[in-house]
Design a protein around this ligand. Structure first.
Ligand code: SF4
Length: 378
């Protein structure tokens, strides 16, 4: 059988794990497989972890023959798992090209019962935006993850959770390395696939996408995935201060972000979470709190204050408890519900803002610190 000239068929074999959903339709349109066979391949790639074309159930011999000549399926794999003193895990996943993506797994217990088990996954290798408090930003941007790589990451996290904790993944956060909205196509495709019954991941209402405020994508998410939750990192309601800690905010005006939040709330009925990293002397005064309350105004939002993790190269420090208490008091007086997020996994550098793919030297110093604290090797 001959195929039309097409960019997707220029350099076979085509790696099916690197196609977007739009390319997927285009590609299988060219191959002229029946809809039933297309569905078998789709399920094998996106819902399961089949990596051998010959092992895809439901295809006849001629279809397997065509696919074996034209496609491959390259999977990610578990590379390393480290457990923190607080019970969280840092899972490193190796992508097909050797890049490493970090996933953080956090089990939460209450009265001896496992109440919640969440995973925070990476959407990019490195990040383009260079926030001053964030180790990932210091890596620079390397590449986006494809939808299939995001789903592999979730599937591997699920199997680690079952193996180590004998439970299921209950909540999923796109809050690991990278800015998920800067890789909107893959994230949106993965969310679309996750609507399928046999797909990995928790239900959409237990999924949260975090962003530094990419307002165009916030509006797109509201339309494409209205059931998925949104968390926006504001960190300061003063444009100049925000610019000092998040250089990308020169292109992301606070008024435009607020307009997008109002739009998202109207479209979805969901209140956004406003994430606010408490940094000593930078954004933690009572004036900063009042400024944040004024900025949010009548927008119904939940505020999560994040307790800063020390990143080796960062200039900032965690806010003192007294300042944090005053900050919370101001927000509560303005009737905003406030949560505190204590970061997990600090000893294995899996806490908020600490994720990066470590150099050998980083690994050695991390393992020495862990050994000093526990008397055991990491
Ligand atoms: S905080 Fe998020 S957006 Fe900023 S550099 Fe880190 S990963 Fe990128």
């Amino acid at each position: 059988m001959s195929y039309p000239q097409h960019h997707l068929l220029q350099n076979p074999p085509v790696d099916l794990t690197q196609l977007s959903l739009a390319e997927w339709d285009e590609f299988f349109g060219l191959l002229k497989l029946s809809s039933k066979s297309k569905l078998c391949v789709y399920e094998a790639v996106f819902h399961h972890e089949i990596s051998d074309v010959g092992g895809i159930p439901g295809l006849d011999d001629s279809e397997i023959d065509i696919l074996q000549r034209l496609v491959i399926i390259r999977r990610s794999r578990e590379h390393e798992l480290r457990r923190s003193l607080d019970g969280s895990y840092r899972l490193t996943i190796e992508l097909h090209d050797g890049h490493l993506a970090e996933t953080v797994i956090i089990p939460e217990w209450q009265d001896g019962e496992l109440r919640k088990c969440s995973a925070s996954i990476s959407s990019q290798i490195g990040c383009f935006f260079g926030c001053s408090f964030c180790a990932t930003g210091r890596m620079g941007f390397h590449r986006n993850l494809s939808a299939s790589e995001l789903l592999d990451q979730i599937r591997i996290a699920e199997s680690v959770i079952r193996r180590e904790l004998k439970t299921d993944l209950t909540h999923l956060y796109f809050m690991g390395m990278g800015e998920p909205m800067h890789n909107y196509r893959s994230v949106s495709d993965a969310l679309t696939v996750m609507r399928g019954d046999a797909a990995p991941g928790p239900p959409p209402s237990h999924i949260t996408i975090s962003t530094v405020g990419l307002f165009r994508q916030i509006r797109m998410l509201a339309v494409d995935h209205p059931e998925v939750r949104l968390a926006v990192s504001i960190h300061s309601a003063d444009q100049d201060t925000r610019y000092q800690i998040m250089p990308v905010s020169s292109r992301l005006g606070l008024p435009e972000i607020r307009d997008a939040l109002v739009y998202h709330k109207r479209q979805t009925g969901l209140s956004p979470t406003i994430q606010y990293l408490m940094m000593d002397g930078v954004n933690d005064s009572p004036d900063d709190a009042r400024n944040l309350a004024r900025y949010l105004g009548d927008l119904s939002a939940n505020i999560t204050l994040i307790m800063f993790n020390q990143v080796t190269e960062a200039q900032q420090n965690r806010s003192e408890q007294e300042k944090t208490d005053r900050f919370i008091n101001e927000l509560e007086q303005a009737s905003f519900p406030v949560d505190i997020r204590w970061c997990y996994g600090e000893d294995i550098e899996a806490g908020c803002g600490q994720l990066k793919v470590c150099s050998r030297e980083d690994r050695i110093s991390m393992s020495m610190r862990h050994e000093q604290q526990t008397g055991e090797p990491l």
